[in-house]
Design a protein around this ligand. Structure first.
Ligand code: NG1
Ligand code: ZN
Length: 528
């Protein structure tokens, strides 16, 4: 390790003195002006992680749904997963080291993690469409090269596409080809096969309106749409040619304001969806004949997907276990529907997809979604092999079900939640089942809910347990919240410190919107 060079280059990526940032739920996020040194140092760290794991590591430059002025970075581990927790700590330590300590911290991480410095390193880099992203990704490359790492810069990519590339590269191409074209080909082939199986129900050609949040999703969907156009036509809105990234549009805006994005015309009963700024989240919605807006969020997406998979699994007659993983933000009606009507086991984890992803890996078939539309389905290796074999052997309805399963496995991005992949999964299921958005929405009725943010001096004063559903500290707060909850019917409320913003988040649901609003308000006063 040429530590002299590390320090020499570091002076051109100087850390603003006193600035402290933390590797949070989705990596580092801050105003783009404050991130140059972070990018350089994450380039360094990616090399160490790559040497240690003897695998390709990903570095994604994005701040997802945050405003255009912000940016961020996260590392992607060998199987396309989020960075391991112990390395998140190294990332925070390295990011916050003052210039004179940088060498010492790097050596400390290498020694502590037994990194073989002779080992080769390979890092792949992707970025979103923010004005600051290109320059920042250049700083990542500086960090990688100064430690002698090899790299491939994919340039503009959605976050889940980079997860896919990392996964492909570390599994010897078994998962797919690690190119953008490979990604388009794999997903489109599976989608077209599935919709062909649906066409016997006499369905007309399908179309969908997509709000791309003025982000990377628009570029990638434009590139991809001709690959799957025989099964679906998409009409793109907020494609980045006019509006600002994530401004009054995108999945986060639609979900949190529970209203349509600006810049999209919605006729009654038209199926619409929104991506977020880096295209790893998706929510659906429509207006009914009376003009009322209906949101179909991640919970309803998880319900649609798990019910489809469960039916196919029972058709092929294999005894495979399927589980659904949610967070505390899942609407109470969705949990009840999954458990009581569909008889599917449901698990709750802490917020942040890494927690959901790991839990979902425990099942033969694990479906996970955050209410905000981030999620996917995972299939164990044994299940994949079994289904491929059954698709060849079985005939009639069983054979048809096995082939559908084989295709839908290929259509999911099993490395990460992916708006494009999820959109195609949902469109395929709706086509096969002959369902309209309204029929899908009618599976159950969401309990009215409200989310609020509270600014406090130090959000770390609140700590939680039981998958963030109960407060531990400060003492007494949980009792106050529990008493407030008792005042309403069908009610539930919790508070937790955000992992991505300097706020406390408050969530409440109850039998009416008025009651949910009032409970959320009362709880936020208790926090303040
Ligand atoms: P925080 O800020 O920790 O609540 C938010 C989302 C998460 C996840 C992360 C990463 C909510 C309530 N929280 O986390 O679900 O998506 O951002 O982007 O939506
Ligand atoms: Zn995102």
């Amino acid at each position: 390790m040429d530590l002299g060079a590390v320090t020499k280059h570091s002076t051109s990526h100087a850390k603003p003195s006193g600035l402290v940032l933390q590797y949070g739920t989705a990596g580092f996020r801050a105003n783009a002006e404050h991130l140059d040194h972070i990018m350089y140092r994450m380039g360094l760290l990616a090399v160490l992680r790559s040497k240690q794991t003897k695998s390709t590591i990903g570095v994604m430059v994005t701040a997802s749904h945050n405003p255009e002025e912000d940016n961020g970075v996260k590392l992607i581990d060998p199987l396309g997963e989020m960075l391991a927790p112990s390395w998140e700590e190294h990332a925070t330590r390295l990011a916050n080291a003052e210039e004179q300590d940088l060498q010492r911290v790097l050596v400390g991480i290498s020694e502590g993690e037994a990194v073989d410095l002779q080992q080769e390193a390979f890092v792949v880099i992707g970025r979103d469409t923010r004005p600051s992203s290109e320059k920042l990704s250049q700083s990542v490359i500086d960090g990688v090269t100064v430690l002698g790492g090899q790299f491939h810069d994919y340039g503009l990519l959605t976050t889940p596409q980079l997860h896919y590339m990392v996964y492909c590269r570390n599994t010897g191409g078994r998962y797919g080809k690690a190119t953008v074209d490979g990604y388009y080909q794999k997903l489109s082939k599976a989608f077209v096969e599935l919709t062909k199986q649906a066409s016997c129900s006499g369905d007309e050609h399908r179309s969908l309106k997509v709000d791309c949040a003025n982000g990377i999703g628009a570029l990638k969907l434009k590139e991809m749409q001709h690959y799957f156009s025989q099964g679906l036509s998409v009409e793109l809105f907020n494609d980045g040619t006019k509006g600002k990234l994530n401004h009054l549009c995108g999945a986060d805006f639609v979900k949190s304001h529970q209203k349509p994005p600006e810049g999209m015309e919605m006729k009654s009963n038209e199926r619409c969806c929104s991506f977020d700024g880096d295209a790893d989240r998706i929510v659906y919605y429509y207006r009914d004949a009376d003009g009322q807006f209906h949101l179909i969020d991640g919970d309803k997406i998880a319900t649609l997907i798990s019910s489809f998979l469960k039916d196919l699994l029972s058709e092929i007659g294999e005894d495979l276990n399927i589980g659904v993983v949610q967070t505390a933000y899942a609407n109470g009606s969705s949990t009840r529907y999954l458990e009581e009507v569909m008889k599917v086991p449901v698990y709750c984890t802490k917020t942040g997809v890494k927690h959901l992803h790991h839990k979902a890996q425990e099942f033969d078939v694990g479906v996970y979604f955050e209410a905000n539309g981030h999620g996917t389905a995972l299939f164990s290796k044994a299940v994949e092999v079994k289904i491929k074999q059954l698709a060849k052997e079985l005939e009639d309805n069983k054979g048809k079900a096995a082939k559908m399963l084989e295709n839908i496995i290929d259509l999911f991005n099993q490395a990460a939640g992916d708006a494009i992949s999820d959109m195609l999964v949902i469109e395929a299921i709706l086509a096969v089942k002959g369902l309209t958005a309204q029929q899908w929405d009618a599976l159950y009725r969401d309990l009215p809910n409200r989310q609020l943010k509270v600014k406090v001096a130090d959000r770390r004063v609140i700590s939680t347990t039981d998958a963030e559903r109960r407060v531990v500290t400060p003492p007494g707060l949980q009792e106050v919240i529990s008493d407030l909850v008792k005042k309403y019917k069908l009610s539930r409320a919790f508070v937790r410190p955000s992992g991505t913003e300097d706020v406390i988040r408050v969530y409440a649901e109850a039998d009416s919107q008025e009651n949910a609003d009032s409970l959320a308000h009362d709880v936020s006063l208790a926090v303040f």
